[in-house]
Design a protein around this ligand. Structure first.
Ligand code: CU
Length: 283
């Protein structure tokens, strides 16, 4: 019995240690559990809200389990041969109506605050426009005249692991964004519903044809962050990843200069869709 208990305790410890170690890794790692580390203010608030909900869920679940076992043991036919015929108890009825309402209000207030917080920033310093296509993303920097490009997944056979490229996640043209900047993000789609989702930023927003959805991000530290389309959009839904390089403001300014030259031939818009690279389509 003791041996079984200690092996169980060891198992729980190993899982907990593995979980905390993996939570530190950026992007995706094998056997990952828990959420990707938060690198934006929105993602931090989302994680805090999630953790608060976990406590409430645990408390409710444990209370219901204890109640259930107590009822099964105390009031089964053998232990309680003469059942009670009481059908009303005002105190209990008030409690089981009012307490869930109180719990829901406790959840709803921070939930709505968070929804409005992630909705838009009051002081956007720059804008990134994202357009979903079957099956790639277009990115535009409206503040930088003419800067726009398409971003395709790098095919499996073209993945270069020595450059740190990841299967199903790396793209030919990564989005480059500055850290410590309030970035307004406008999301739309050109054909069907897509969803632009980057877990480390706490963003998952539908890309809807004919409509512009807005959110924002303030990235806290440089790094490479990945996301995926999260709205089933057709046969290559799983092959339109998002790759974002967050860099310092100085590096971003330098990237802008070179990117404007590199992408100057690309003109976004209906009828002139001419993606720069067909890395994925060629295979
Ligand atoms: Cu999609």
């Amino acid at each position: 019995m003791i041996a079984r208990f200690s092996s169980l305790a060891l198992f729980v410890l190993v899982i907990a240690l593995a979980g905390s170690a993996m939570a530190q890794a950026s992007g995706v790692v094998p056997w990952q559990i828990n959420m990707q580390p938060a690198v934006s203010t929105s993602a931090h608030h989302i994680h805090e809200f999630h953790n608060m909900l976990l406590w409430i869920i645990f408390a409710v679940a444990i209370f219901v389990f204890i109640l259930m076992f107590w009822v099964c043991l105390r009031y089964n036919a053998r232990a309680n041969p003469k059942p009670s015929v009481v059908s009303h108890n005002v105190l209990i009825e008030v409690l089981w109506t009012v307490l869930p309402v109180v719990i829901l209000i406790v959840i709803a207030i921070p939930s709505f605050k968070l929804l409005y917080y992630t909705d838009r920033t009051e002081n956007p310093e720059m804008t990134l426009k994202v357009t979903g296509h079957q099956w790639y993303w277009d990115y535009e920097y409206p503040d930088q005249e003419g800067l726009a490009f398409s971003s395709y997944m790098i095919g499996e056979e073209d993945i270069d692991a020595s450059k740190g490229q990841l299967r199903l996640l790396s793209t030919d043209n990564a989005v480059v964004l500055p850290v410590e900047t309030n970035i307004q993000i406008l999301i739309t789609a050109a054909d069907v519903l897509h969803s632009w989702a980057v877990p480390a930023f706490g963003i998952k927003l539908d890309a809807v044809p004919g409509r512009t959805n807005e959110t924002w991000v303030r990235i806290e530290k440089p790094g490479v962050y990945y996301g995926q389309c999260s709205e089933l959009c057709g046969k290559d839904h799983s092959y339109m990843p998002i790759e974002i390089h967050a860099v310092s403001k100085e590096d971003f300014a330098r990237w802008l200069v070179s990117a404007k030259q590199e992408f100057s031939s690309y003109m976004p818009g209906p009828g002139t869709q001419k993606p720069l690279q067909f890395a994925y389509l060629e295979d």
